[in-house]
Design a protein around this ligand. Structure first.
Ligand code: ADE
Length: 283
């Protein structure tokens, strides 16, 4: 049995985290930063909103790209992590390092004079889902928190730091209900596949509903900037299913990007406009 003082401490922590939560439905959002790692994931959304590339947004020696435009009265800036030149592979810069660096640089840039400061970060992308949490290919998840599953440091204090669990500043449940999406915690690691130990962390420590390769890193940058983070993740593969993730991922990437293109405007419309469904086909 847990000691009484531990139960009491947990109770007060929960109360504190509930009372510090931002109520999405009462927030005024004027500028949303949308980090989307892969070009294939971002393309349909950028085209759909007719966002324009911004030259010279990032330092010229970085591979990151930025696009901007508007949705209703709100400004929308999409960043993608560009292609790898360091290892000369030309593939997308996936993983936590480019995601945190690009997000940090983008936020710094938009703090400048004459810029509309960012008030929300919506990280769109694909993810692996867990059948045990009700996930199916094509499902859209709005994240309620982030954690890492591949930062295992067995020293007191460092263990908690490694997992880096952050609860969402905003509760997406009303939006999820309105838009017909699911909610859950996203667990982040730098591998598309997983080890048995990753599995243990994802299930027992992180209680994850979806798995990706950047959310916890972007949320960490948001936390430093006192900005709310929300992930909008479309499932391409089932992590606890019968097929290798990379095969299912490649098979479903294009359809997931289309689904993201349809989901992101609905989410942005919900957060920026009058919290209406925003589900009209022209969005
Ligand atoms: N993105 C899409 N599927 C993924 C998976 N299984 N793991 C990490 N990132 C993903």
């Amino acid at each position: 049995m847990r000691p009484l003082f531990l139960i009491a401490a947990q109770f007060f922590l929960q109360i504190a985290s509930i009372s510090s939560a931002l109520v999405l439905e009462t927030m005024t959002i004027k500028h949303v930063l949308v980090p989307i790692v892969m070009e294939a994931e971002a393309g349909p959304f950028v085209e759909h909103l007719d966002l324009k590339p911004i030259d010279d947004f990032f330092p010229s020696h970085t591979p990151f790209l930025a696009f901007s435009g508007s949705l209703g009265d709100a400004k929308v800036t999409v960043i993608t992590m560009g292609k790898d030149v360091v290892y000369e592979t030309g593939v997308d810069n996936v993983g936590t390092v480019p995601a945190s660096l690009a997000t940090f640089l983008a936020l710094e840039k938009m703090k400048g004079a004459g810029e509309t400061p960012v008030d929300l970060v919506v990280n769109g992308g694909t993810c692996g889902g867990f059948a045990r949490k009700g996930g199916a290919i094509g499902d859209v998840f709005l994240t309620t928190g982030v954690a890492n599953h591949d930062r295992r440091i067995g020293i007191p204090g460092f263990d908690t730091y490694g997992i880096g669990s952050l609860s969402s500043e905003i509760d997406p449940s009303a939006m999820a209900e309105a838009l017909g999406y699911k909610t859950g915690i996203v667990t982040t690691g730098n591998s598309l596949d997983k080890t048995d130990t990753d599995d243990e962390y994802m299930k027992d420590k992180n209680d994850a509903s979806v798995k990706d390769m950047e959310a916890a890193a972007i949320a960490w940058v948001c936390k430093m900037n006192n900005l709310p983070y929300m992930g909008v993740k479309v499932i391409t593969d089932i992590v606890d299913g019968n097929f290798p993730s990379h095969e299912e991922f490649m098979e479903n990437l294009a359809s997931a990007a289309q689904s993201l293109q349809s989901a992101l405007p609905k989410v942005l419309n919900y957060v920026c406009e009058n919290k209406e469904l925003g589900g009209s086909e022209e969005l």
